[in-house]
Design a protein around this ligand. Structure first.
Ligand SMILES: [Zn+2]
Length: 205
């Protein structure tokens, strides 16, 4: 199966779950415009369409059109109040430690996938009672990694996109395997009450 066919097949599934999808630049920037390459310092991670935060993609036809133009593009899930989802990016051992402390050690059985470079991403639904609220990004880091709560104005690169290392993002628990959990109260409160916190988190032990 070609890369484009894999993206189409995955997007067909994602659209059944009403994901707001958006095209993201290719992992090696092949096929991207000069203008994009000058501005973007995150190959494989940056949304490429103007207005992507507010314009939903709900048809496979549109995705096919994007792929004709950008055959190596990655695909992202738009986050925040319009799409109804938030994500947690847990990077390296340090990120796991931070998440464990913040969550009180609770394991959440929700959609999750592996991000190349020893990380994982969890997806949560914005609870009904918090619809319309702004979920702000919160980032915590220590010397061994970081944990970022991703929300409004962001997108989460989805499998089977390719990371700049050349490795694929891959599902751990896919949308077909379980329900997406509502974001727990501690995450809701932290993200709603923050103004894009960026905290260096030392001395977690
Ligand atoms: Zn880029």
């Amino acid at each position: 199966m070609t890369y484009c066919e894999k993206i189409i097949q995955s997007c067909e599934k994602y659209l059944k779950f009403n994901f707001w999808l958006t095209p993201v630049c290719s992992f090696d920037h092949e096929g991207m415009s000069e203008q994009h390459m000058v501005k973007c310092n995150s190959p494989g991670k940056a949304a490429i369409l103007k207005g992507w935060k507010t314009i939903p993609c709900t048809s496979i036809y549109t995705i096919q059109k994007w792929l004709e133009r950008f055959p190596k593009m990655n695909i992202g899930l738009v986050l925040g109040k319009n799409s109804g989802y938030i994500a947690v990016d847990i990077d390296l051992k340090g990120g796991e430690k931070i998440f464990e402390i913040l969550s009180g050690g609770i394991k959440y059985h929700t959609w999750s996938y592996r991000t190349p470079g020893d990380g994982r991403r969890l997806i949560f639904k914005i609870p009904k009672q918090n619809e319309g609220c702004i979920f702000n990004r919160c980032q915590f880091e220590n010397e061994d990694g970081e944990c970022t709560f991703m929300g409004q104005g962001q997108q989460s690169v989805l499998p089977p996109s390719v990371h700049y290392t050349g490795e694929e993002y891959s599902w751990i628990v896919s949308p077909e395997e379980c329900k997406c959990l509502d974001a727990p109260k501690w995450i809701v409160e932290m993200m709603i009450n923050s103004e894009d916190i960026n905290t260096t988190y030392d001395g977690l032990d």
